[in-house]
Design a binder for this molecule. Structure first.
Ligand code: NAD
Length: 450
């Protein structure tokens, strides 16, 4: 089948490459000329595991093409995916200008029946607005063209995006008629055949499903961060509590890690947008507001711990930071906790030495170079530092060479924002160790004694 994906960012590029891999012919469109030129030369603009291989194979096979022209991509495509960004507006609601602008462009370029697929995360009711805009433009053109608009929210996780697309927990499709339901099933047939579940629901519910999913995940994170604060105050250990509750099948073990809050391009903006949607609909979103408040506070938890240890004035002190991306396996730094932590420490007069396996150039563009040194070797970042801060739980930070860590740091002090180390090991290795909601109990040791 012929597909066109408008917006070639994290979601659009992954969607396009994966559909091509499933055997469809895909046009990826972007207004960013440099990005399209780079993609046509085989340069992948983002870091996502295995994406470069997938893009190159399908590009060479002729199933994946890149262009800046919507009309070129649209002509032969039955499916037109909208995968542009929906950033937060000033009041926190989703800014739909890119989505609605693309809807106009589709209306201008359409030549025959199309099925327009909202893949961007958009507030409930947006498919209806997209439909109205396209209709308006078609009427302006005095044309007589049929089309359907469906909602197909994306649930991929950055860092595991291809895996998630190719092995989805579920595919959600929101439709308002039988024809589009059948066409969407046909499109996803290669995955359905492998046993993956496609859930067909109404359009409004599909739009809500995406926000409800992200809000639920964000809620679990803020919930555990609040529990971690209570653990800290009470002397309990949040990792023990996590094991205790995660084994309950009604709760499940995932998304229960305490840490320094959620970031990224989705949870913060989607929680904000859902709060706005609720308010517009006259519903008071008390839980969602609390989720956001707890998260904002948690992002500075490490700084709180540092100022408790070193005092509020950090002038002249050097801190090493491991991890900049909002989570491992991505170079995405949108709303990453590292930004707030680093800026807060710099404002207190500290110098920062940072390392991240893939997000350093994104970080340089965002944070500049005032009071920051970027180092390609994680151990070099420790030189002359009074403490190490673990901000992103990259795999390569989990098993450090403890001797090098101790010797390179001025003082063997570690603030672990992701609870990746065993407190007992850190004690045995003579580190002064601070983590989130932990009381020093060793999980390893407890397991051995059980
Ligand atoms: P992104 O910013 O990485 O990519 C958007 C792309 O759209 C950019 O390359 C931009 O140049 C392009 N664009 C903007 N206007 C355009 C136009 N008129 N024509 C063609 N291209 C245009 O965004 P993203 O992270 O891929 O997110 C896209 C949508 O998917 C958002 O609504 C987001 O909430 C949702 N989503 C994102 C993720 C994620 O992990 N990133 C996961 C699920 C859903």
């Amino acid at each position: 089948m012929n597909i066109c994906v408008i917006g070639t960012g994290y979601v659009g590029l992954v969607t396009g490459a994966c559909f091509a891999e499933l055997g469809h012919n895909v046009w990826c469109v972007d207004i960013d000329e440099e990005k399209v030129e780079a993609l046509n030369k085989g340069i992948i603009p983002i870091y996502e595991p295995d994406l470069d291989k997938l893009v190159k194979t399908n590009f060479v096979a002729g199933r994946l093409s890149f262009t800046t022209s919507i009309s070129e991509a649209l002509t032969d495509s039955l499916f037109v995916f909208i995968a542009v960004a929906t950033p937060p507006g000033e009041d926190g609601s989703a800014d739909l200008s890119q989505v609605l602008g693309v809807a106009r462009e589709i209306g201008k370029s359409m030549n025959e029946y199309k099925i327009i697929v909202d893949k961007s995360t958009v507030p409930v009711g947006t498919a209806k607005r997209v439909k109205e805009i396209i209709k308006e433009v078609i009427v302006e053109r005095s044309a007589d063209l049929e089309f359907d608009v469906v909602s197909n929210p994306e649930f991929l996780k950055e860092g595991a995006a291809i895996e998630d697309f190719m092995h989805p927990d579920r595919i959600v499709v929101g439709v308002d008629n039988q024809k589009s339901a059948e066409l969407m099933r046909e499109l996803y047939q290669p995955l359905i055949q492998k046993g993956y579940q496609l859930i067909t629901i109404d359009v409004l519910s599909a739009e809500m499903t995406k926000y409800a999913a992200n809000a639920m995940l964000a809620t679990r994170i803020s919930f555990m961060n609040e529990i971690a604060r209570i653990c800290d105050a009470a002397g309990a250990d949040v990792e023990m509590v996590r094991r205790g509750i995660g084994s309950d099948t009604r709760i499940g073990p995932k998304f229960l890690q305490a840490g320094i809050g959620y970031g990224g391009s989705c949870f913060p903006k989607d929680v904000k947008a859902l709060i706005q949607t609720a308010a517009e609909l006259g519903v008071e979103p008390k839980i969602l507001e609390a989720v956001e408040t707890v998260n904002n506070k948690q992002k500075t938890r490490l700084v709180e711990m540092i100022t408790d240890r070193f005092g509020k004035n950090l002038a002249g002190l050097v801190f090493a930071v491991w991890g900049l991306a909002f989570k491992p396996c991505t170079d995405d730094m949108r709303e990453a906790p590292s930004i707030e932590i680093i800026n807060n420490l710099r404002n207190r007069g500290a110098y920062i030495q940072v390392h991240d396996p893939v997000a350093m150039s994104t970080a340089k563009a965002l944070l500049g170079d005032e009071s920051i040194i970027y180092l390609n070797d994680k151990y070099d970042a420790l030189q002359n530092a009074v403490a190490l801060l673990v901000v992103t739980e990259w795999g390569e930070y989990r098993e450090p060479d403890y001797e090098t860590l101790r010797n390179k740091l001025n003082d063997p002090i570690v603030f672990d924002g992701r609870n990746i180390y065993d407190p007992m090991t850190m004690k045995q290795q003579s580190f002064e160790y601070y983590a989130i909601g932990r009381n020093g109990t060793s999980i390893q040791e407890m397991e051995e004694s059980n």
